[in-house]
Every structure is written in structure tokens, then in C-alpha cells.
Design a protein around this ligand. Structure first.
Ligand code: KG4
Ligand code: ZN
Length: 333
């Protein structure tokens, strides 16, 4: 059994988890800084870095205690080294390297996007490759064809806002709070998704996405009809986003001959998206992997799980590596 401590500090969650063999989660501690950033309506990088510094030791200690292990029981320590906020990433990377040196164990640097992709496997390790993966978070929206471990092709990306960003911006405009995704998700269950026919941007136009026009459409519709029910706006907006995400994921799977659909990233916690991807799987005879709800948004378990696969394929990472805010998904071809 290989037991790994995974550390995630790329944005506004300080997280650590202990995971064995890429799927047995012994602990997963996430300390969200949402309250610190809410009054600014978004993540403030310097505030995030400082909060990570204050929280990191406690979060790691909690993850170890909850798992009933200490540093001596770990086989490796992993941290997210990008993409993300520079100062925030450095806190996790530095902590992981310090542990690696003092405990005499290997250090593994993990790509945040790859980690979101592996979150679905924490529950289901039987994969049928190639898989079509939709990564939808606050910072990214992309469709990836995974041909093998570490072998990815990006076939679609957003040309402007990320899906999570669109949720957050629309919620902010509607005065609903931050982060907007979970709030719109909740409100939508009481609204009518067919109430307002918002545009489905680029629906039949390749595999790239665009969400900034949809956000503008919501704003102008609300200004034009101030009496609209907020739950109806939320549900109609969410339906437009989900329609586009699911349609393009299925098209990408068709084109790549992928028999498996996977989603990951914060927006993969969205209930409507989960239902619709499951439906799409049933309709097109494909298997669907959804990460457990708690592992959709940023967490340390996905880092530890990815590190396990990565260690098997490539071994540990050099301690000389740094933090890379603009890190891309490693692609082939
Ligand atoms: O993956 P994540 O925790 O951080 C990034 O890597 O960006 O994703 C955060 C994003 C936020 O934009 C948040 O509003 C969105 O995921 N999100 C959701 C839901 N839960 C989180 N969006 C829609 N529905 C949800 N239930
Ligand atoms: Zn993320």
C-alpha cells in the first residue's frame, strides 16, 4: 500500500488529505477562505496567500490526525504546483518540500487540472480509455480526451469566461453572494428552467465555449424585465450553461470514439449538470464517472490520488521545481 499526503493551495481552499493507492481516502480536510473573500466578490490573491500561510500547518496536522498516521507512515508527499495564484501555490509547494526533506520521502508535483480529472477515479478505478473529460471550474473550462495516464488532448476550451466564472458573475449581478455556483444551483431547484430562453453560445460551433455573451444576455434581460423571478433566472441561466457543456462533451466523445464520460472541477458539483451527464451516458450507451460531491471543488484527495498514478508512471518530482501559475495540462500530439 502506498500512502500519500496531498496538499492543495492553488486558490482559496487550504486543503490536505491522506490517500492510499490513489483511491482509499483516509482523511480530507478543506479549510475554505470563502468568508474572507466574499466581501470582495472574488478571490484576492494576497489575502489568499496570507490565509494559506496561517492555515497550512493546522490543516496538514488535522489530515494526519484524522487518518491516524504521522509523517513516518507516509510514502510520499504531493502538492499542486499549478496552475493557480503564485503566492498561494508556493505555500503548498514549500510545505510539501519541507515535509519531504524532514521525513525523507519523495515529493510529487501535481497539475491542478490533471487532479480535477482524477477526482472521478477516487470512487471508480476501472477505466475504459479513451475518455472524454469535461473540466469545469472557476478558472477553466475545457474538454480533454484522455488516451492514457498522462496522455491528454485538449479538444475544446473557453474563448472567454470559465463556466464557474459565469456562475459567479451572474450571481454577483443578481446580488446572491459569492461563490455563485452553489447558490444558483440551490435556487434553480425552485425555478422554471424554461422561463427565459437564454442563448446557447456556440452550441453548434465546434468544441470551444463562450460564456461572456450569456452573462451579458442575463444582465440585459433582467434590466428589461425587472419583475422576473430570481429562481427562474437562475434555473434558465443554469440550463443554458448545462445544455452547451453536455452537448459539446457528447460531440467530443463521438469524435474521439470515447466510451466514457467524466466531469471534474468545481462546477461538476452542479446537480443539474450531473443529472444531464448521467442522462447523456444512458442515451448514448456510455459509462459516466462523476466525482463524489465533496471532491468536485478543490481538495487534497485529488492531489494525492493523481500523485499515486504519476509516481507509478514517472516516479517522484525533483525538489528543485517551483510553482507555476500558468501551468498547462501536459498534452500529446
Ligand atoms: O475547482 P474549484 O473549486 O476552483 C477552481 O479551480 O477554480 O471551482 C470553483 C468554481 C466556482 O466558480 C464555483 O462557483 C463553482 O466552481 N461551483 C459551482 C458549484 N459548486 C462550485 N458551480 C455550479 N454549481 C455548483 N454546485
Ligand atoms: Zn480547481
Amino acid at each position: 500500500m502506498v500512502t500519500i499526503l496531498g496538499i492543495e493551495t492553488s486558490c482559496d481552499e487550504t486543503a490536505a488529505a491522506v490517500v492510499s493507492d490513489g483511491r482509499e481516502v483516509h482523511s480530507s480536510v478543506v479549510s475554505s477562505q470563502v468568508d474572507l473573500h466574499a466581501r470582495f466578490g472574488g478571490v484576492v490573491p494576497e489575502v489568499a496567500s496570507r490565509a494559506h500561510v496561517e492555515l497550512i500547518s493546522t490543516v496538514i496536522a488535522e489530515a494526519l490526525v484524522e487518518a491516524g498516521v504521522d509523517f513516518g507512515d507516509l510514502d510520499a508527499v504531493a502538492a499542486c504546483n499549478g496552475p493557480g495564484l503564485a503566492g498561494a501555490l508556493l505555500v503548498g509547494v514549500s510545505a510539501a518540500k519541507a515535509i519531504a526533506l524532514t521525513a525523507g520521502i519523495p515529493y510529487v508535483a501535481v497539475n491542478h487540472l490533471e487532479a480535477h480529472l482524477y477526482a472521478a477515479w477516487l470512487e471508480e478505478p476501472e477505466l475504459e480509455l479513451p475518455m472524454a473529460v469535461l473540466i469545469v471550474s472557476g478558472g477553466h473550462t475545457m474538454i480533454v480526451i484522455m488516451e492514457d495516464h498522462g496522455r491528454y488532448r485538449i479538444v475544446g476550451e473557453t474563448v472567454d469566461d470559465a463556466a464557474g466564472e459565469a456562475f459567479d458573475k451572474v450571481a454577483r449581478f443578481l446580488g446572491l453572494g459569492y461563490p455563485g455556483g452553489p447558490i444558483i444551483d440551490r435556487m434553480s431547484s425552485e425555478g422554471n428552467a424554461a422561463a427565459i430562453a437564454f442563448p446557447r453560445p456556440m452550441l453548434h460551433d465546434g468544441l470551444d465555449f463562450s460564456f461572456s455573451g450569456l452573462k451579458t444576455a442575463v444582465i440585459s434581460e433582467v434590466r428589461r424585465r425587472p419583475d422576473l423571478d430570481v429562481a427562474d433566472i437562475a434555473a434558465s441561466f443554469q440550463e443554458a450553461v448545462v445544455d452547451v457543456l453536455v452537448a459539446k462533451l457528447v460531440t467530443a466523445a463521438d469524435e474521439a470514439g470515447a466510451r466514457t464520460l467524466v466531469i471534474g472541477g468545481g462546477v461538476s458539483a452542479n446537480h443539474r449538470l450531473r443529472t444531464r451527464v448521467l442522462d447523456a451516458g444512458t442515451e448514448t450507451g456510455r459509462r459516466v464517472f462523476l466525482p463524489p460531491l465533496a471532491l468536485c471543488t478543490d481538495n487534497g484527495a485529488m492531489i494525492a490520488a493523481t500523485a499515486w498514478w504519476q509516481m507509478r508512471a514517472n516516479g517522484p518530482s525533483p525538489l528543485g521545481g517551483g510553482a507555476y501559475p500558468g501551468l498547462r495540462l501536459p498534452v500529446v500530439g
